[in-house]
Write a protein that binds this ligand. Structure first.
Ligand SMILES: [Zn+2]
Length: 172
């Protein structure tokens, strides 16, 4: 692209010329990438990159309980009653991303699993039905699923109630 060099010393023309050169080089580089790697490879690498980044986001955003478990494992009757009431007595989990389960809540679930240092407190309480609670098991929730839960809670939690989900046990 040597012919693109502006004949004038006008600053704007020089800048535009340089910008055009840079755009051309970038276009050529992207073209080379597509030529070197077939489209499916680019797509698979893109998906892998998103998965790795989401795992990193979960790891970074998850508070660590230093391996100390809450000595109280079971929620009290009062915690369960309050947790179910604020959820409208309905399971708070998802049957698929963005679709809240419609079954009635019968279980109090630790959002951050008790076995992984989650506290037995209301801010770690999620109302669940038998099916969802059993299928979740002791899996650590992803940062993305926690964000979705908190987003849903804004719609059904009583006004002014903290929608935050997840608390690790801290020994005092
Ligand atoms: Zn459910």
């Amino acid at each position: 692209m040597t012919s693109r060099t502006p004949a004038t010393t006008d600053g704007v023309a020089v800048t535009l010329g340089a910008l055009r050169e840079a755009t051309d080089s970038l276009g050529a580089f992207i073209g080379q990438c597509y030529a070197a790697y077939p489209m499916p490879t680019v797509v698979v690498l893109g998906i892998l990159a998103v998965l790795v980044l989401s795992r990193i986001a979960t790891w970074v955003s998850t508070p660590r309980g230093r391996g100390i478990k809450d000595p109280t494992r079971m929620f009290t009757a009062a915690q369960r009653a309050e947790g179910f009431t604020r959820a409208g007595n309905r399971c708070e989990m998802e049957i698929m991303p963005f679709i809240r389960c419609r079954r009635p809540a019968h279980h109090g679930d630790h959002h951050i699993p008790w076995s992984k240092g989650g506290a037995t407190s209301l801010d770690n309480f999620v109302a669940g039905c038998v099916t969802c609670n059993t299928s979740k098991g002791a899996k650590m929730p992803s940062a993305w699923s926690t964000m979705r839960l908190q987003g849903r809670r804004r719609r059904y939690f009583p006004d002014g109630l903290d929608v935050h989900a997840g608390r690790v046990f801290v020994q005092t």
